[in-house]
Ligand binder design. Structure first.
Ligand SMILES: Nc1ncnc2c1ncn2[C@@H]1O[C@H](COP(=O)(O)OP(=O)(O)OP(=O)(O)O)[C@@H](O)[C@H]1O
Length: 580
C-alpha cells in the first residue's frame, strides 16, 4: 500500500529524525551552559544563542515533516481508494448479492481513512519513535548508567502493567469497523426503499434498527477511548515517576560526588525529552492495532477475484459474422444459483441475427437468468454460449459488452441528465443520435417539452420521471450504443397501451438491424415477435403459436424436444438430453 510513497515517507522520517537530533543536542548545550555558569565565567550567551537556533530549526523541521506526512497520508488513501473502487466495480455480478452494499461502501470510506492514519502517522511514528528512543537512551547511558538503570526500571514496571490494554485495542477496533459497515448497509437498505418504509409505517422501526448499530459502534468507540485514556497518561506517568526516581538517585550520587550537577541536568532533560519517542511509539502501536481491522476488511475485498476478463478495456472488435450465423446460441447450458438447484438444465437455442424473439415461461422459470448468462453477468456451470458463432468465453468482455445491450426489469437510471443516461454506453453519441433513439422509443415529444431538454436532470434513480418514461429511457440507452444483440426483460411491463405500442414498434424497427431477445408476459408483445421461445423446467422449447404464457403449444418428438422454427426462422437445436 505504501509502494510509490516510500521515498516521501523516508523524507518524513528524515525530517522527523533531524528534528529529533536537534532536540537531542539541546540538553548537551544546557549541560555546557550549566557547567560554564558553575565555573563563575561570563554569562553563556553563545550557548543561549545556539540553543535558540536549535529550537527554531527543530520547530521548522517538525512542521515540514508534519505537512509532508499529512500530504503523503492523503496520497496513500487516494491510491488505496482508487484500487478498491476499481476492484469493487469489477467483482462478478453474483458477488454483489452476497455482500451488503452499505458494507462495501464503508470499506471504501471509513476503512481506508483508518488505514491512512495508521500507514502515514503510525508507521512514521513507529520508525522515529524507535530511533529516537535508542538515540536518547544511548546519550543517557553515556551520561550516567546508574541513573539510566533507575529510570528504565520504573518505566519497565509501568509498561508491563499497561501492555494488556494494547492487546485489547485490536478486537475493539475490529468491532467498531464491522458495526459501522453494518450501519451503512442498514441505512442503504432503508434509504433505497424509503417509500416502502414510510408507507409501511416502518420509519421508527428502521430508525431503531440502524441506531442500534450506531450504539454498538459507540460502545466499541468508548472501549477504544477507555484504552487510549489508560495508555497515554500511563506513558506520561511512567516518565514522571522515572523523573522523580532519577532526581532522588541523582541527588544522592551528586552528594556522594559520583555525578556532576551539569550531567544530572542534562540527564533530566533527556528523560523529559524521552516523552517524545515514547508517546510516538505508544500512539503508533495503538493506531496500528486499530487499523488492523480495517486492513483485514480491505484485504478481504481485494482478495476476491474480479469478473473474468473484466480488466481488459480494448477497442471494440469488428463484428464480422458470416451472414446467417445466429446472433446468440446456447448449447446445452446448465446453470444454478446454488449447487443444489439448477435453473437451466441443458438449455439450447439459437437467436436469428435479426428480429424480435420473445422468451416466455412461468415466473421463476429462469428467464432473467438466461438474459444474465447472455450478458455474461453469470457464467454457465457447463455448456457453451456462442455470439455470432464464437464462444463468448473467447471474447474480451469489454468488446462483448459493447455489442450487447441489456434492459433490466427495473432498469436503474443514474443520477444526472437525460443526456448522461442516454449516452452512458455510447459517450461518443451526438445529440442527433440521442434524439433518434428518443423518437424510436416515443419519448422525444415529452423530452422536447422539458425546459432543459436533453439536459434535464432525472433525479436520484430517475425519480423525476414516471415508471414508463424511465423504462423507455433505459431502452433508448441500450439502443444508443447500436448493439448487435439487445436483451430486454419485461420492457413493456410499466407502459400504457399507447406507450407500449410505440416501444413495440421501435423494437420491430430495430429488429431489422439487430437481434432482440425479449422476456415478456404480455400478449401484445408476444404477438409482434417473429419467433418465440418457451423456458420450461430448465430447458428451452420453441413455439409458433399460443395465446398466453404457460399455455404455449410445444412441439416434441420421440427423442426429446425439437424447437420449431416460427415465422422468422428460429433455432433448431434438440434439447432435453443434457447432463450435469
Ligand atoms: N441471485 C440468486 N440467488 C439464488 N437464486 C436465485 C437468484 N436469482 C434468481 N434465483 C432463483 O432462480 C430462479 C429463476 O429466477 P429468474 O429471475 O431467472 O426467473 P424469471 O423466470 O425471470 O422470473 P420472473 O418471471 O418472475 O421474473 C428462481 O427460482 C429464483 O428464485
Amino acid at each position: 500500500m505504501t509502494r510509490g510513497h516510500r521515498r516521501v515517507l523516508a523524507l518524513c522520517v528524515l525530517l522527523t529524525l533531524c528534528a529529533l537530533a536537534l532536540g537531542l543536542a539541546q540538553p548537551l548545550l544546557v549541560s555546557h551552559a550549566v557547567d560554564a555558569a558553575g565555573r563563575h565565567g561570563p554569562p553563556p550567551w553563545r550557548d543561549a544563542g545556539a540553543l535558540a537556533a536549535l529550537v527554531t530549526a527543530q520547530a521548522v523541521m517538525q512542521a515540514a515533516g508534519s505537512y509532508v506526512l499529512g500530504r503523503t497520508g492523503e496520497n496513500i488513501v487516494l491510491g488505496l481508494r482508487t484500487t478498491l473502487i476499481g476492484h469493487l466495480l469489477r467483482l462478478p455480478a453474483c458477488d454483489y448479492q452476497r455482500h451488503r452494499l452499505g458494507d462495501l461502501l464503508s470499506r471504501a470510506s471509513t476503512d481506508t481513512a483508518a488505514l491512512r492514519t495508521a500507514l502515514a502517522t503510525g508507521c512514521t511514528d513507529a520508525v522515529t519513535g524507535v530511533i529516537g528512543l535508542l538515540g536518547t537512551l544511548t546519550l543517557m547511558a553515556w551520561l550516567d548508567l546508574w541513573l539510566l538503570a533507575t529510570a528504565a526500571a520504573v518505566v519497565a514496571v509501568l509498561a508491563l502493567t499497561v501492555l494488556p490494554a494494547l492487546h485489547l485495542m485490536r478486537p475493539a477496533a475490529e468491532t467498531n469497523q464491522r458495526v459501522l459497515g453494518q450501519m451503512s448497509a442498514e441505512l442503504e437498505r432503508a434509504l433505497s426503499a424509503i417509500r416502502t418504509v414510510r408507507m409501511s409505517g416502518a420509519t421508527q422501526r428502521e430508525t431503531d434498527r440502524i441506531t442500534s448499530h450506531a450504539r454498538q459502534a459507540r460502545a466499541a468507540g468508548l472501549r477504544i477511548a477507555r484504552l487510549n485514556a489508560v495508555l497515554m497518561p500511563a506513558s506520561e506517568l511512567a516518565l514522571h515517576a522515572a523523573l522523580t526516581a532519577t532526581v532522588v538517585v541523582g541527588a544522592v550520587r551528586s552528594a556522594q560526588g559520583t555525578a556532576s550537577i551539569a550531567d544530572l541536568a542534562a540527564f533530566l532533560l533527556y528523560l523529559n525529552y524521552l516523552s517524545v519517542p515514547l508517546t510516538a511509539l505508544v500512539s503508533a502501536a495503538a493506531l496500528l492495532q486499530q487499523a488492523s481491522g480495517a486492513a483485514g476488511r480491505i484485504a478481504e475485498t481485494l482478495a476476491q477475484p474480479q469478473e473474468a476478463n473484466s480488466s481488459r478495456e480494448t477497442q471494440p472488435a469488428q463484428a464480422a459474422a458470416v451472414p446467417g450465423t445466429p446472433a446468440l446460441e446456447f448449447r446445452d447450458v446448465w446453470y444454478g444459483h446454488d449447487r443444489n438447484h439448477s435453473v437451466l438444465r441443458g438449455a439450447s437455442f439459437q437467436l436469428p441475427p435479426r428480429g424480435v424473439t420473445t422468451l416466455l415461461g412461468d415466473s421463476g422459470s429462469g428467464k432473467t437468468t438466461v438474459l444474465n448468462l447472455a450478458a455474461r453477468l453469470h457464467t454457465p456451470d457447463s455448456g457453451r454460449i456462442l455470439f455470432q458463432g464464437t464462444d463468448v468465453a473467447q471474447l474480451p468482455m469489454a468488446d462483448y459488452r459493447r455489442m450487447v445491450g441489456l434492459v433490466e426489469q427495473h432498469s436503474p437510471l443514474l443520477h444526472g441528465s437525460v443526456r448522461d443516461n442516454l449516452a452512458y454506453a455510447a459517450p461518443e453519441a451526438t445529440d442527433d443520435d440521442l434524439w433518434n433513439v428518443l423518437e424510436l422509443t416515443g419519448l422525444a415529444t415529452h423530452i422536447r417539452t422539458l425546459p432543459d431538454g436533453l439536459h434535464t436532470m432525472v433525479g436520484e434513480h430517475g425519480t423525476a420521471l414516471s415508471g414508463g418514461q424511465r423504462q423507455r429511457i433505459a431502452i433508448a440507452r441500450a439502443l444508443a450504443a447500436r448493439p448487435v444483440l439487445v436483451l430486454l426483460d419485461e420492457p413493456t411491463a410499466h407502459l400504457d397501451p399507447a406507450a407500449e405500442g410505440s416501444v413495440l414498434a421501435a423494437l420491430q424497427h430495430i429488429g431489422q438491424h439487430c437481434a432482440l431477445l425479449v422476456v415478456t408476459h404480455r400478449e401484445t408483445t408476444m404477438r409482434r415477435a417473429a419467433s418465440r421461445l418457451l423456458l420450461d423446467n430448465g430447458v428451452m422449447r420453441a413455439s409458433c403459436a399460443g395465446p398466453r404464457t404457460g399455455q404455449l403449444p410445444v412441439r416434441e418428438d420421440a427423442g426429446g424436444v425439437a424447437p420449431a422454427p416460427c415465422q422468422g426462422g428460429l433455432a433448431k437445436r434438440a434439447n432435453g438430453s443434457g447432463h450435469r
